[in-house]
Design a protein. Sequence first.
Length: 158
Amino acid sequence: MALRQVRVLGDDILSKRSKEVKEITPRLRELIDDMFDVLYDSNGVGLAAVQVGVLKRIIVIDISEDHSERRVLINPRILESSGEQTGMEGCLSVPGKQGQVTRPNYVKVVYLDENMEEQEIEGNEVLARCLCHELDHLDGHTYVEKVEGELVDAEQEE
Ligand code: ZN
């Protein structure tokens, strides 16, 4: 099975706004499966469709160690955010690097699931950071725009 190629910083597509998903199609289901393959293959915690070259408002996340918290968020929007956290962040589109970014410590996000049913998710700390990072991708932003100080070489961690 060939993995979809991850677009890396410098690729114009990463600065483009992704489009709303109107309906779920077999092609989008395949895309979502492929996104999880890429995510798990690279030990990431989140991936936006634009990172594999598709400008659709879809993100997949799983912050668990054992791939047990697979979540698909379609057309996600932040409803509430509060607090602040500062920590290291990395991105599959910025291989080998990480940087310090300040994010809300809590977010509540409304989204559509794979069946196009509305859901909400609340997240603190790592999950809040991951949601904010992935939602930024949908609007053409990467964390490097928000890095405080310099990008540094990553240990391995995403
Ligand atoms: Zn990223």
